[in-house]
Design a protein around this ligand. Structure first.
Ligand code: ADP
Length: 209
């Protein structure tokens, strides 16, 4: 977890003078106590500082956040991914929309000879509809986002990095892939979506009521 400059100064002061009251921290930083209220609240809630009644603030360390970080890093895409929903590139847009509803997903992976060829999502279907195209005759291969522009995930990457990829590329879902031996073709093993990531966080903090 990253702290701002003043929070960094507070940590240094508490480490040096603990136990120390908020008045003393404020006077060392030459600010008022109320200026420090939010910073002290953040630092105690993240378990970096502990507020001991009638004693003052003590440094507890970054154990809590680093423990959380190291356990979160161990959770991989493999642990969180769900079953892939894929169709062949020759399937019509109409049938792909039916699949989207039946499978209750917003993104479908598109295959060519059983390897990843592209991705088609709600917006692509809406674009096709707005364009007035004949949904029953146009294959998904014509409207999909295609390889090599597909953002993919590896089974072994930490879920946190996969989540960052979803955010950075502003997409809802990625195929989890594996290279087919001796070729650049990608086999689809599963899917990782914003829903999977949210489920992971809800699960991780399920004690919080
Ligand atoms: P929605 O269409 O439901 O808003 P997205 O935001 O995920 O879903 O998709 C927006 C665009 O990004 C669409 O054109 C889609 O084809 C494309 N897209 C979706 N997922 C990926 C991916 N993993 N890699 C590359 N492009 C993608």
């Amino acid at each position: 977890m990253e702290f701002n400059e003043r929070q960094g100064h507070i940590i240094e002061i508490v480490k040096k003078y603990e136990p120390i009251t908020s008045e003393k921290i404020a006077s060392l930083l030459n600010v008022t106590r109320s200026t420090l209220r939010t910073d002290l609240s953040i630092l105690t809630k993240t378990h970096v500082l502990e507020a001991r009644p009638k004693v003052g603030y003590c440094y507890v360390g970054h154990q809590f956040s680093s423990k959380l970080l190291s356990s979160a890093k161990k959770i991989t895409v493999h642990d969180v991914m769900s079953r892939s929903v894929a169709i062949d590139e020759k399937v019509s847009i109409y049938d792909a929309i039916v699949t989207m509803f039946l499978e209750d997903v917003g993104t479908i992976f598109v295959l060519s000879d059983n390897y990843l060829a592209g991705v088609i999502s709600r917006k692509d279907f809406i674009k096709t509809a707005i364009g007035g195209a004949d949904m029953k005759s146009i294959p998904v291969g014509m409207m999909m986002t295609r390889m090599p522009n597909i953002v993919v995930a590896d089974e072994n990457e930490p879920i946190i990095l996969a989540a960052k990829k979803l955010m950075d590329h502003e997409i809802d879902c990625m195929p989890v892939v594996e290279k087919s031996e001796g070729t650049s073709n990608l086999k689809v093993l599963g899917r990782i979506s914003k829903t999977n990531v949210t489920e992971f966080f809800v699960d991780m903090f399920k004690e919080i009521k």
